[in-house]
Design a protein around this ligand. Structure first.
Ligand code: ASC
Length: 600
């Protein structure tokens, strides 16, 4: 009996041990399996001013990261978590924050990088930890979202690849990544002072356009050789070891290349073209589009595209890649680089100049051409379709105004001035004094004449919030109008944080409720995070308010945003949990964050 009992207890012990071993093994397997699918990528970013020469002019100061301008490219897979610890080492005592443009920040609205909205600005000497997951493959970028720091050069690329084992719906052999920007010789502080002066002083057009942070001031690589631009002197052709030398795209004949193109310009709308090469557009703002072939693309600030090109031209020649200004009367030369066929180069520092002229940038004010391009962008079959009805519609009129003699931009007559305390905290913790709690206006006066300067140019400053119920379907009709004086209406690329929207349509003149919406594209509208509103026209967007947080919606022209051209959206803020202390330890939320993190 004893023996049997002993055997039984040994068996019981064994089975307990076996159980432990199995549990331990499965935890280990889970950890191992988990680490291959969910990866945390760590980055240390130190933001500061550096002496550089983006357009070959000596002694320029740019805002860069870890000594680099543009900042380092972040590359991750869908499902990865990024942890970027951002140290503010800006010697001029400016606070900072970085926005991850196009990333949804589902569950991490405090990591969106908007000072005064999602977080406290990061003061000099402080480190902020951005932790968020990237959930959609595509071409993105990041940039400063404090003051005019994007103008100062604070930006870089963020590329999200599909999860391992997943395939893109198109094929290519290799890829390039181009981040486009514009560059002024006046510092961002000078620009800020000009924009805030009375009388108003506009910043003017940029001195140079940059491709991956490189341009050449006041000359053209193509001048003389091909007699393309007689007004500009010919540039010295910079060799690849020079800081401002163009980054040349080296290709093999008869291959397909994906070129990722993102625009982080502060002002310029651009046209991108490669001589002799057609391009097929396959991605816009991190969403697949129904592929279409064009000779060139228009790209507005805040947008990104992927195009495919086939290197099917004479492989003994090289070809120009150009960007030029559209939408505003240009006063900035094209930026150029070279598509270098392998056969045509003797060595990488001995590049043959193309023997045909660079592409001619289309007329800056040929808006019909711009609209034709924009209207070609449709979602790829199988993309999420928009809801057929909306719950909430905002009609937002943008006007240029005068407030106390200062020139500003206003939306439904309110020019945005951000509060001291970030909205995310003040809404979550119900701190009423932090901003104006009244409802902002959801429409503008029917009688407003969008074709003339405003009869009464006065507007007001404000900081109210458009609050949506969770999962409501929101329509935004952006209505453009004439500027303060003269006969002109600017292009404004509007960018939404935290969401993609469907672009339901564009139209000329004033939006007619009940009529224009009959022409909305509900079948295959593209999903985007940035869309232009054309001069004297309207643009209709639809999105689902399904991302708890507080989100900026604004013109992506940095000077216009600085002049008040933005609004604040919020939804489901009570559902937001686990806001890190450091995001809200300022203004009226400072006390709450230091004493009470339990109800967070
Ligand atoms: O906001 C702007 O101001 C100027 C001009 O309208 C007034 O000087 C300009 O071109 C802008 O885009």
């Amino acid at each position: 009996m004893r023996l049997k009992g002993a055997i039984r207890s040994i068996r019981v012990c064994w089975s307990i041990w076996l159980g432990y071993v199995i549990v331990l093994l499965s935890i280990l397997m889970g950890l191992i399996g988990g680490s291959s699918s969910v990866r945390v990528r760590e980055y240390k970013f130190e933001v500061g001013y550096m002496k550089k020469k983006p357009d070959c002019i000596e002694n320029s100061y740019v805002m860069g990261i870890n000594g680099h301008f543009p900042g380092p490219t972040i590359r991750a897979h869908v499902g990865d978590t990024l942890h970027i610890s951002l140290f503010n080492n800006i010697s001029t005592n400016e606070p900072t924050s970085i926005h991850w443009h196009g990333i949804s920040q589902h569950g991490t609205p405090w990591a969106d990088g908007t000072a005064s909205i999602s977080q406290c600005a990061i003061n000099p000497g402080e480190t902020f930890h951005y932790r968020f997951t990237v959930d959609k493959a595509g071409t993105y970028f990041y940039h400063g979202h404090y003051g005019l720091q994007r103008s100062a050069g604070l930006y870089g690329s963020l590329i999200v690849d599909l999860a391992l084992g997943q395939k893109e719906p198109f094929h290519y052999h290799s890829e390039f990544n181009l981040l486009l920007s514009d560059w002024w010789h006046n510092t961002s502080l000078h620009q800020e002072l000009s924009l805030s002066s009375k009388p108003f002083q506009w910043i003017g057009e940029p001195q140079s356009l940059l491709i991956n942070g490189r341009g050449q001031y006041n000359c053209s690589m193509a001048a003389n050789i091909v007699n393309n631009n007689a007004t500009l002197p010919q540039c010295k052709f910079r060799t690849s070891d020079e800081e401002c030398a163009p980054q040349i795209l080296h290709v093999h004949p008869n291959k397909t290349y994906r070129i990722r193109i993102a625009s982080t310009t502060s002002l310029s709308s651009l046209n991108f073209a490669i001589s002799n090469h057609k391009m097929v557009v396959v991605e816009a703002d991190g969403n697949y589009v129904d592929p279409f072939e064009v000779d060139d693309i228009d790209i507005y600030s805040g947008e990104s595209y992927s195009i495919l090109i086939t290197t099917n031209q004479n492989p003994n020649n090289n070809y120009w890649i150009s960007i030029g200004v559209r939408g505003r009367k240009p006063n900035t030369p094209q930026a150029l680089t070279i598509l270098n066929y392998k056969n045509a180069s003797i060595s990488s520092s001995n590049i043959i100049i193309p023997n045909s002229p660079p592409p001619i940038t289309p007329q800056w004010n040929d808006f019909n051409r711009s609209k034709t391009f924009t209207n070609k962008i449709h979602a790829l079959m199988g993309s999420p379709k928009p809801p057929t009805h909306y719950d909430h519609r905002l009609l937002l009129l943008n006007t240029q105004n005068l407030i106390d003699g200062y020139t500003k931009w206003a939306i439904n007559n309110i020019s945005l001035v951000l509060p001291q305390t970030p909205y995310l905290g003040s809404i979550k913790f119900k701190i009423n004094a932090a901003f104006d709690r009244r409802h902002p206006s959801e429409k503008f006066s029917n009688g407003y004449d969008i074709f003339s300067p405003p009869i009464n140019p006065n507007a007001n400053f404000g900081n109210r919030v458009y609050m949506f119920n969770m999962n409501q379907v929101v329509d935004v009709i952006l209505q453009n109008a004439n500027v303060l004086s003269g006969k002109n209406s600017d292009i404004h690329p509007w960018h939404l944080h935290g969401h993609d929207f469907w672009v339901l349509g564009y139209g000329d003149g004033k939006f007619k409720q009940g009529y224009d919406e009959k022409k909305f594209n509900l079948k295959n509208p593209p999903l985007k995070n940035t869309a232009a509103v054309f001069p004297y026209g309207w643009t209709a967007l639809r999105f689902r308010a399904n991302n708890p947080g507080v989100w900026f919606f604004h013109c992506h022209i940095e000077a216009h945003l600085h002049m008040g051209m933005g609004v604040i959206f919020a939804e489901g803020v009570q559902l937001v949990k686990g806001i890190p202390k450091q995001a809200l330890a300022c203004g009226l939320t400072k006390k709450i964050m230091s004493f009470n993190t339990t109800n967070n």
